[in-house]
Write a protein that binds this ligand. Structure first.
Ligand SMILES: Nc1ncnc2c1ncn2[C@@H]1O[C@H](COP(=O)(O)OP(=O)(O)O)[C@@H](O)[C@H]1O
Ligand SMILES: [Mg+2]
Length: 229
């Protein structure tokens, strides 16, 4: 199993007036090379779930095993390695650094690994060309369109060739044509053997043929059949 959550609970600000019970006993198993879409209304816990899978935040209780690693028991420095090697995260607002070039945004995750600049740039250019934005490599990220920013964010998430890609509301800032293009990129990644988990309230994503499994989420609970297919 690529991803296995057992009785995962998440509270924010527990014991204060601001406490939120964001996830209720989440049980979930995802096989390698599946494309899964978690969908549900705003506030239902989708981003929290993805952040736990990515090792960005920890569950309050329960266990999360991702690519053979038991996340809750990992010291911080191993969580950092998990985030870097296992998961490529595509953020909702892309989170590019506007004053850096596209190339520098994409190569950023390679800096702490001591990869030589020429090799960093070579790997980034392969991805940027694959995503048809190689010609924009030297542009500052501030000066490109939303669809191009999306593709830069994808390239940055893929630069370490992670087995798992996580995308939070990947089409929220894209029009229909670009959303379909995004889905065809996801299809390519699936063909390349990746496991993909997306959160979206966009029916275009949830109903897409590339999605193997759709998980409805409501009020911090996953609904529907939860066994692996
Ligand atoms: N960092 C946080 N601190 C406190 N509450 C949070 C935090 N992040 C999310 N929440 C709350 O947790 C619930 C689930 O949020 P979220 O996972 O962002 O849902 P979704 O992505 O489906 O919109 C919401 O009630 C939200 O307000
Ligand atoms: Mg969200």
């Amino acid at each position: 199993m690529m991803i296995e959550l057992n009785n995962v609970e998440k509270w924010y600000n527990r014991g204060t007036v601001n406490e939120v019970h964001a996830l209720h006993r989440i049980n979930l198993a995802i096989e390698p090379n599946q494309v899964v879409c978690v969908h549900g209304p705003s506030g239902s816990g989708k981003s929290t779930l993805l952040a736990i899978l990515a090792g960005i935040i920890g569950p309050t209780s329960g266990s999360a095993v991702v690519n053979g690693r038991k996340l809750a028991r990992l010291p911080d420095r191993f969580l950092t390695i998990h985030r870097r090697d296992t998961v490529g995260f595509i953020f909702q607002r892309f989170q590019l650094i506007p004053e850096l070039s596209i190339l520098d945004n994409v190569t950023l995750p390679l800096l702490p690994l001591g990869v030589k600049p020429a090799e960093r740039n070579r790997r980034a250019m392969v991805l940027l060309d694959l995503l048809s934005i190689g010609h924009r490599a030297r542009f500052p990220a501030a000066e490109i369109s939303g669809g191009e920013q999306q593709r830069v964010a994808i390239a940055r998430a893929m630069i370490n060739d992670p087995p798992i890609i996580i995308a939070d509301e990947p089409t929220a800032h894209l029009d229909r044509a670009l959303s379909l293009e995004f889905l065809s990129i996801i299809e390519e990644f699936k063909r390349g053997g990746k496991t993909i988990v997306m959160a979206s309230h966009d029916p275009l994503v949830a109903d897409s043929a590339v999605v193997d499994r759709c998980l409805p989420m409501r009020d911090g609970r996953l609904e529907g059949p939860l066994q692996p297919i």
